[in-house]
Write a protein that binds this ligand. Sequence first.
Ligand SMILES: [Fe+2]
Length: 459
Amino acid sequence: MVNFRTVYQRVSVQWRAIILLLILALATVTIAYGDFLDLITLALFLLFIASQVFWIGRIVDLGKWLFPDQPRVRLVVIADLVYLFVIAYSFPTTIGQGHTFRSAYYGLSNIVFEAVFWWWFVGSMLAFALVVAFGTVERTTRVAAWACRKARQSTKGRVAAASSSVADPVSPGRRHFLEQTAVLISATPFVVAGYGLLHSRLDVEVVRPRIPLARLPKAFDGFRIAQLSDIHISPFTTADYIHRCVSITNELKPDLIALTGDYIAWDTGQQGEVVRTLAGLRAPFGVFGCLGNHEEESGTEESITGLFMAQGIHILRQARAPIVLGGETLNLIGIDEPHGRTEAEWRRDVHRKLQQIKELMMPETVNILLSHGDFPDMFDRVAELGIDLMLAGHTHGGQLSLDFVHRGLNLSHLIYDYTSGWYEKNGAQLYVNRGIGTTGFPIRLGARPEISVFELSRT
Ligand SMILES: [Fe+2]
């Protein structure tokens, strides 16, 4: 069914085209905007196009195998038309809506369509990348084997025949094995993407970091703070699932609970529901939070803060909440995401927010900052201010991650330095929570949803 050599040759040809396009894109975007983010988006888009061209070719191969009497051109036309129809049908819900769809699209068929679309998107991209990698390794091995043979022949003084080339020294048995392996490799990412969609996305992990703070008052030694982040209520992060996360958090019996923003996805009509669900959180020293970029971008900062307040949850907006225990104090600070319609406005607001943090800090006290973290060097800047501990979210751990192979190997690391877990700089500490919800594609692989509960310690 699949001729591996043909598959590889096609990938190889397309790969050269991709490299060429990326170089052109790099030159164009860099010259026109100098915007690294645009470049990443464009590169992913080009990779997606190349992968789709490749997979349409495989579907045509399959069609040829199933219907050998049909002309190949006809199969190509049918496959292209079906593909374009599916993309056009999904455009209003999946693509046209950006991160996720709004309440008008909450019908079951659209949810299923969105899930299938993203499963295909992630699966086909990963499978394409794997086939390219596999083909490259196989090709390199063959070239190395050919070079060894040539060297051996030269040593023996024999002149290689003119027809001797890289061309095919592979035995039929080995060819069959390679073809089967290629099929297996191609199929695996689709299975893995399905796992990430149906299971891993909801497979909450409780992480229990111990945070040593040299200046921590004795009364707070062993004090426990639970953190929930990036809730993103949506058809893929339902109120039932959030309620389960709330129950898990309560069972951990934290002293205080910190929420670090992004409560909605894009549907502003869901803010009441997410607040009602989070209102089930219980901690003797209270539930505090900050807002995320989704509240800022959707214009719900005021409204959701009011809804939280009505439920007894304190959203700290450029505000502090001293936590007192045994006559000692721990200073909790919350800050909004920077605002700004232009780059210059945004930078001015970043500067303003840093000034506000400075003014909210309490001297001779442990200062803990809740900041969603939607700008790359936030932690570096607050570390310079002397913040002891910053709790953040936003990155979702990249959602697709190979952090278990090497820390930082995840999608989010294309933009951010601090993407998941604990970091330290100049005596300041940062913890980046992977969140419990998703945006963009509703898939998590290697970046499970996370509830963290920190135990503060003096040593
Ligand atoms: Fe988020």
